[in-house]
Design a protein around this ligand. Structure first.
Ligand SMILES: Cc1ncc(COP(=O)(O)O)c(C=O)c1O
Length: 433
């Protein structure tokens, strides 16, 4: 009897260990914050430095990225109406599902219906729902590297094997389609793409997305399109939703209000079947999705009730301003990076709120890798930047540019060029000499 219990225990615990050992962005950032804290605790108030964080993708931490009054009024009115204190249907309030279906259909060659839309707690829950629904013994999922570690975490809890394909820095972080062909097999349940991309700032062309769709079709797998940064594109390539290719391959579109409306704390997201050929409309599939949603509590009902107004009444000028601001802060990053010898970026970001930057370790002494770099930066200079290891790329760093221009300049320019002289530039000059 005891051996049976132990056997079950070991099997379960292995998976628990796998999940708990998965790196998360929040986990690493909180360790970095602790190391700032340790250093500042040893100083008096005059000496302790202002902490600058370019680590979190939360635009509300910066006054440069305000939200719009329309969204706040919509939520306040919905709350004060007193009509939305009760439970919402588990798939979400019908008016919110309708509004999201209409919003997404604007960019598609077909119409989505409310039946295609399920409301989730942010895009995070939409990710977890997707992985949970696709999980089955032996299943594997193809994830981008670098990527967004919530996918790995969710897969570890669901016992889904992760296979990474590479994004190609020299090609604007496009998907390495050849590597996908080599990775996939009959147990591959989905290919995940993130567009516009975190952590790379990529925005894929129509042509590249079409190739991804055709590759997935050939491999007999669906595409999960993480479009949490949908429409946040400020470079040459316009944002094209993956759902445009829904008639080539079934697509699950994941998104939220978090980034485009700058309200990540409202936890309003969506899981959408962008699939005009009806693969997800088979009665058994629909039942499975619906049953799974019966397990979940969605976002607060009054937030859901505000969605139609938020979507239809937000002015274009607000969206344009956010895009202009992101372009501006991304440009600042790129300019500052050009002046810093030990880091370089392979291409300019075209969208989202983050970019990847490569460390040149040969110009750095006493820095062993990206993690060491970020911990020293936090400890010595009170600047928080995410090590690339957290998103799957060692000896790179991820910079979030949804930040105040002055904070960006200070963190990148002053810190790396002047304050970090102590541990960078002397070695740089000696080595060059
Ligand atoms: C690629 C990606 N997907 C999903 C999420 C989660 O979005 P939400 O805050 O709506 O849960 C994020 C958040 O930063 C993200 O970067």
């Amino acid at each position: 009897m005891e051996s049976v219990v132990v056997g079950i225990g070991i099997g379960t615990m292995n998976h628990e260990y796998k999940a708990t050992s998965t790196i998360t962005i929040k986990g690493i950032l909180s360790l970095l914050m602790e190391s700032v804290g340790e250093n500042n605790n040893n100083k008096d108030d005059n000496e302790s430095k202002r902490v600058i964080s370019l680590g979190m993708g939360d635009p509300t931490l910066s006054t440069f990225f305000p939200n719009t009054k329309v969204t706040e009024e919509a939520v306040a009115d919905s709350l004060h109406s007193g009509k939305f204190h009760g439970y919402a249907p588990t798939a979400g309030l019908l008016q919110a599902r309708n509004a999201i279906a209409k919003y997404l259909s604007n960019d598609l060659p077909y119409e989505l219906s409310s039946d295609d839309v399920f409301i989730t707690c942010g895009c995070t829950q939409a990710i977890d729902v997707s992985v949970a629904l696709l999980a089955r013994p032996g299943a594997n999922i193809l994830l981008p590297r670098p990527g967004f570690p919530i996918y790995e975490l969710s897969a570890a809890f669901r016992q889904v094997e992760v296979r990474h394909y590479d994004l190609l820095p020299e090609r604007g972080w496009e998907v390495d389609l050849d590597s996908i062909e080599a990775l996939a097999d009959q147990n591959t349940v989905a290919l995940v793409i993130i567009n516009p991309g975190n952590p790379c700032g990529n925005v894929y062309t129509y042509h590249h997305l079409e190739k991804i769709a055709k590759t997935a079709k050939r491999l007999g797998t669906i595409v999960i399109a993480d479009e949490v940064y949908g429409h946040l594109a400020f470079g040459d390539n316009p944002f094209v939703p993956m759902g445009v290719f829904g008639s080539i391959v079934p697509v699950l579109t994941l998104g939220s209000l978090s980034k485009r409306w700058i309200v990540p704390g409202w936890r309003l997201g969506w899981f959408v079947t962008s699939d005009p050929s009806g693969t997800f409309r088979k009665p058994k599939v629909v039942e499975r999705i619906k049953k799974y949603f019966d397990l979940l509590g969605g976002p607060a009902t009054f937030i859901q009730a505000a969605v139609p107004r938020i979507i239809t009444q937000t002015e274009e000028v607000f969206f344009r301003k956010t895009i202009d601001n992101l372009r501006h802060t991304a440009d600042i990053c790129c300019q500052e990076i050009e002046d810093i010898p030990c880091i370089s970026s392979p291409c300019k970001p075209q969208g989202s709120m983050a970019m990847m930057v490569e460390l040149n370790l040969s110009l750095l002494e006493d820095i062993s890798d990206d993690i060491d770099f970020c911990f020293k930066l936090a400890k010595e200079e009170s600047v928080i930047i995410l090590p690339g290891t957290a998103v799957g790329l060692k000896d790179w760093i991820r910079i979030t540019f949804a930040a105040d221009p002055s904070a960006l300049r200070e963190a990148l320019g002053l810190c790396l060029l002047l304050k970090m002289v102590a541990f960078f530039l002397p070695h740089y000059t000696t080595k060059e000499d």
